[in-house]
Write a protein that binds this ligand. Structure first.
Ligand code: FES
Ligand SMILES: [Fe+2]
Length: 377
């Protein structure tokens, strides 16, 4: 067995779709963003969403300091112009019609996309598709974004926190965790796509149910939680409260910006608000309070990354750390977090193999982890 920690700048994370901005944040001006310790620039060129490494090939000036003009990105230093393909179409200092040097190309990522109101960037071939959001097409759901939150907590630990079933009575005593038992019963972790699905039932406080204030239903209610995880850091949580007949879906996606910086994108979708903007704002505020409780603890961790563990085997081990014993002690209630560690450990191992053998299929090889498909953990 090999051990290590997944930091926010692990090269394996280049093989993934990451949110890098809200779609609404891409205007007429280029936008500089950070991902995995690298700088990228986003722009719409002739209506086409484009991403380049944020470094002009001439004197390495940040292209995000330039401007968009005539469907091209113009460097602010000496005016070299770049088409959406990355091709340099003009070098003013050479004079009109003189071709650019052959190496004068802006570097593009494997992919850039817009989905669910977010801009996504994959530096290299991703190990998973972008997580689905079926509620976006279901009638009756109202949707709101929480403000994009920046935190010093690392993305791996935040993803683990989001999947954690046992922390509610302790971290969230002032919100969703009040009044419930601490016992986490057995639940299912099922391999699904390149990630997994977790389904569990718990008794939690549901203060947002109007039936509670009206005395129709108790505060503590059964909640069915369905977590869909896609690597590296895409999560969708659907919370069904059968007694109240309400559903709350949370899209939670993380942008590992740098070793000590993560951006958190949270979108809530509710089917019980009837389009009422005041109640939707209240729901977003409640979710923000829950997120703030999580971040207050996660920001106090002194780890540089999510502890991973995996068997060695062909293809190499993890990229950091050492020793043969996992750092953590896991129990049955941690099954989802253990599955997260296995998926990400497999990604680290397979991406190391892909660096050695560039033709390796990163998607296929990271898709099936030892998450005991269909097992009850
Ligand atoms: S540095 Fe960009 S044109 Fe010179
Ligand atoms: Fe939490």
């Amino acid at each position: 067995m090999l051990t290590g920690r997944l930091t926010n700048v692990d090269p394996a994370l280049r093989h993934g779709w990451h949110p890098v901005a809200r779609s609404s944040g891409i205007t007429d001006a280029p936008l500089g963003v950070r991902l995995l310790g690298e700088h990228w620039v986003l722009a719409r060129l002739d209506g086409r969403l484009t991403a380049f490494v944020d470094r002009c090939p001439h004197r390495l000036a940040p292209l995000s300091a330039g401007r968009v003009d005539g469907g091209e990105l113009v460097c602010g230093y000496h005016g070299w112009r770049f088409a959406a393909s990355g091709e340099c179409t003009a070098v003013p200092a050479l004079g009109p019609g003189v071709p650019a040097p052959r190496r004068a190309r802006a570097v593009t990522p494997w992919g850039v996309a817009e989905r669910h109101g977010l801009v996504w960037l994959a530096p290299e071939e991703p190990c998973s598709d972008i997580v689905e959001l079926p509620e976006a097409d279901e009638p009756g759901f109202d949707s709101a974004w929480l403000p994009t939150t920046r935190t010093t907590a690392c993305a791996g630990l935040l993803a683990d926190n989001f999947l954690d079933a046992a922390h509610l009575p302790f971290v969230h005593a002032a919100t969703i965790g009040a009044g419930e038992g601490a016992v986490v019963g057995p639940y299912r972790v099922q391999a699904d796509g390149a990630g997994f699905v977790v389904r569990l039932e718990q008794d939690v406080s549901n203060p947002e149910d109007p039936g509670v204030a009206a005395g129709l239903r108790p505060l503590v209610q059964r909640r069915v939680s369905t977590y869909v995880y896609r690597p590296p850091f895409m999560l969708r949580l659907r919370l069904d409260y059968p007694a109240a007949g309400m559903t709350n879906t949370i899209l939670f996606c993380l942008q590992p910006e740098d070793v000590d910086a993560t951006a958190v994108y949270t979108r809530i979708m509710r089917d019980d608000l009837g389009g009422d903007p005041t109640r939707l704002a209240e729901a977003a505020g409640f979710e923000q309070a829950v997120l703030d409780e999580d971040l207050a603890l996660q920001e106090q961790f002194t780890l540089d990354g999510l502890p991973l563990h995996t068997d060695g085997g062909p293809g190499g081990g993890l990229t950091s750390g050492g020793g043969a014993v996992p750092e953590e002690v896991s129990i049955r209630a941690d099954a989802a977090g253990v599955a997260l560690r296995r998926v990400l450990a497999a990604l680290v191992v397979r991406s190391a193999a892909a660096r050695l053998t560039p033709t390796a299929d990163i998607r296929h090889r990271t898709g099936h982890v030892r998450a005991e498909p269909g097992s009850t953990m």
